[in-house]
Design a protein around this ligand. Structure first.
Ligand code: SF4
Length: 216
């Protein structure tokens, strides 16, 4: 008999995509429980533990209950659960347009290439800089996105140097996002303009609209 594949899930909900180039699109979010990182600014600590064990069939059935083709698999760190790869496969097979929000600390080499990876590069102020896996860069596709959450000028300078060192803009779109609360958004926008950086500035739409909601 085939093994029943399951995942521990914190929540499945329907909302507007708040980040990435898909901002504003009605999307179903599947938030997997657990994360091996502890970023200073984490806004989803409630997903570190708890949750409910669901079969992949149950998860797909819940997703089908919504009227959208866009699905985002997020966390926590979704790739910390090995069956996440099977969920991504199943969603792609069902014809969904799937994005995956990942910390950049887990191996992304096995992710279905149809999936849009939104991969963080953790800055010094996150406290998790040493977890970045540089080797993940070679598994990025042009439709993927690299995201820096910037907490201060030091983070900004660091992100600029990482971009230059690894020529990140050559891989895919690069997102600069000010950390919610602590960083003046306008300041970051002005630094980007002054330096003529080839990045996309973004604000978290769900925080503007509802002051909470899906984050990573
Ligand atoms: S921000 Fe993301 S990667 Fe960092 S601790 Fe929170 S869930 Fe984990």
């Amino acid at each position: 008999m085939a093994e029943l594949k399951t995942l521990r899930i914190t929540e499945i909900f329907h909302s507007l995509q708040g980040e990435s180039t898909r901002t504003g699109l009605p999307t179903v979010f599947i938030r997997l429980t657990g994360c091996p990182l502890r970023c200073e600014y984490c806004d989803t600590a409630y997903a570190f533990s708890g949750g409910e064990v669901l079969s992949l069939d149950d998860i797909i059935d819940q997703v089908k209950g919504y009227q959208t083709r866009y699905v985002t698999v997020t966390g926590g760190e979704p790739l910390a659960q090995k069956n996440c790869m099977d969920l991504l496969e199943r969603l792609c097979d069902q014809g969904y347009s799937v994005s995956l929000e990942t910390s950049g600390a887990m191996d992304v080499s096995g992710v279905n290439p149809k999936v849009i990876k939104i991969m963080d590069v953790k800055t010094p102020a996150s406290g998790e800089e040493e977890k970045n896996r540089v080797e993940n860069l070679k598994y990025l596709n042009p439709h993927d996105e690299i995201k820096f959450v910037i907490c201060n000028r030091q983070d900004y300078e660091w992100a600029k140097s990482v971009m230059e060192k690894h020529q990140l803009a050559e891989y895919c779109e690069v997102l600069f996002s000010p950390v919610a609360g602590d960083m003046a958004e306008t300041e970051l926008a002005e630094w980007i303009l002054e330096d003529g950086l080839s990045v996309r500035f973004q604000l978290q739409l769900h925080k503007i609209l509802w002051d909470d909601g899906p984050g990573h």
